[in-house]
Design a binder for this molecule. Sequence first.
Ligand code: C2E
Ligand code: MG
Ligand code: MG
Ligand code: MG
Length: 280
Amino acid sequence: YVKEREKNGFQLFTKEMNRDIYRKMMIEKELRTALELGEFELHYQPLMDIHTKKICGMEALIRWNNKNLGPVSPTEFIPIAEETGMIIRIGEWVLRTACEQNIRWQKTKYPPLKVGINISIRQLLDKNFVRKAAAIIKDSGLSPAYIDLEITESIAMYDPTLMIDKLKEIKAIGVSVSMDDFGTGYSSLSYLKKYPLDTLKIDRSFVSGITFHEDNKAIVNSIISMAKHLGIHVTAEGVEDEEEIRFLEQSQCDTIQGYAISRPLCGKEFERKFLMERAE
Ligand code: C2E
Ligand code: MG
Ligand code: MG
Ligand code: MG
């Protein structure tokens, strides 16, 4: 009996492993044709100025709907795209698409908004990244002043000296730089000071439910005051209700992003909800 159970336990284990490996292989295979088939789309989530309560920017978030797999979350496929190197071309598509959308909206005479674009480490380490990004932005006709490149804290810590140089190179093309998911990595404060950062985006794990967690309140407050001392702008991610907004307001946070303001929306919906009414 015991033997039988062990055997079944083992089978279950391998079945699960097989399922994960199979899914990953499917994603990898389908990703290869996703760009040509036009399966990607960008959604946009608004950023709000906490004091004026006006929309002051947006973040572009990739969406993938595959004919065989259905919708696949970026948290699942981006790591695979990074591993396989496909993120380079996908990342170029994201940048080009976000720039083109932004310039179209500006030409429609909507008030201009900055767009945040997520950049993965694999892209940053590509020695042509800065040159290619500059070319894509230039071709689109969008002023680089309307682009914010978001890099995660873990990227920044990968090789601080290299990254500080990279960021300086990037900033020289006229875009701003945010550190995303801040608080989840282990950046040393002495390095943080050396990074040419414009904004810290506090990770949503500290922000969502903040009003119930005294520890998180202390963490968020100290991140904000540290950023203020360094002259860096602060955005809180994952703001889900009014109480959190009030807390962040008192804490002198600058900008908020999260479901309390809006979920990420497709371009058309974003335009209808956040651009059209502003133009009137
Ligand atoms: P991120 O850059 O930190 O983006 C914020 C994520 O939090 C988004 O998830 C967004 O939908 C979600 N979010 C926003 N507000 C709330 C909230 O109030 N509550 C909760 N629970 N979640 C909220 P999403 O779109 O699934 O993206 C996940 C991650 O995938 C992103 O995290 C980013 O790291 C990566 N990603 C997305 N688009 C791209 C892209 O174009 N390129 C690269 N390299 N990575 C991307
Ligand atoms: Mg981001
Ligand atoms: Mg984030
Ligand atoms: Mg995140």
